[in-house]
Design a protein around this ligand. Sequence first.
Ligand code: AN7
Length: 350
Amino acid sequence: MSYAGVLARYGHLLDLPQHTAPVSLLEGNTPLIPVPRLAQSLGGGVELFVKFEGLNPTGSFKDRGMTAAISEAAGRGAQAVICASTGNTAASAAAYAARAGMRAVVLIPEGKVAAGKLAGAVAHGAQVVQIKGSFDQALALVVEISKKLPLALVNSINPYRIEGQKTAAFEVCDALGQAPDWLCLPVGNAGNITAYWAGFQQYHISKNTALPHLLGVQAAGSAPLVLGQAVEHPETVATAIRIGRPARGEQALQAAEQSGGRIVAVSDRQILDMQLGLAREGIWVEPASAAGLAGLAQEINGGRIDVKGKIVVAVCTGHGLKDPDIVRESMEPPQVIPPELRALENLLLR
Ligand code: AN7
């Protein structure tokens, strides 16, 4: 049987209206990659996997929820969609709207969106509007305008986004033949952790799989769920999760608590170090996507989480290609030599 996307594979398990008309780019079915060297660096004795969501059609996990949200909107005849975004949602909405023949409008915080995301949104023909302000302000604007104009809101406030994103939890359980003991992931607007928890709970009830502990990880400069209050001016190198007022913050806190897990914060340094660690195991992710593992490392090193003998899945939400500039800024540039054998030999023997 050929693979036809997350709605074809899991649609029967999702709460989507009858009118839903599938719009797919064959998203999902992403690999669960063993990372034994990273497991060793975390102290060993753990079976560690990366769920590499950067391998979705537009390079991030957003495509799972977007196929559901756009399919619902298309099925009821919507002609235009709108979202606020730190970048990945914008690129995904733009691609799926293009696929559906719809207009897409995306609001992004000016100067704070990684190059590959902005380029994607533009390439797919979305109307990209830059806000002189934060993601949180952009989200407040799109919520208001979607009440006034015929624009379907496709941020993760949209319940169908969550339905689609549950499929990642299903895939993890189906690939392992069981739920993991721990699942760690970055948290921004908190749609993804909400969706994973809903998905794991659904499989727990229908397939009797266990429930994992969830470790949600925020960037220290944008950690409202750790601080217990909104952050007016969020900052972090991980621009994807530069969010101070998560729309599903309450649900994220509940998911962490009910699962016997928690939400923690890590520094930009920890995020970049883990991005490098993953890259040196062959998996290049964008900075935000390394936050989950950075948080796991922090909790293991602090003696607060013990993963010996356990199965752990780290969700890496977006591809490294999304944010090439960060590599230029945080790593050594390539060397330049004249086109001479002597120069090459000298360089390689140095
Ligand atoms: C790579 O694109 O919010 O906690 O507007 O791009 O579900 O918000 C992106 C979020 C993690 C956080 N990793 O997920 C957007 C946006 C990556 C991301 C998150 C995002 P949520």
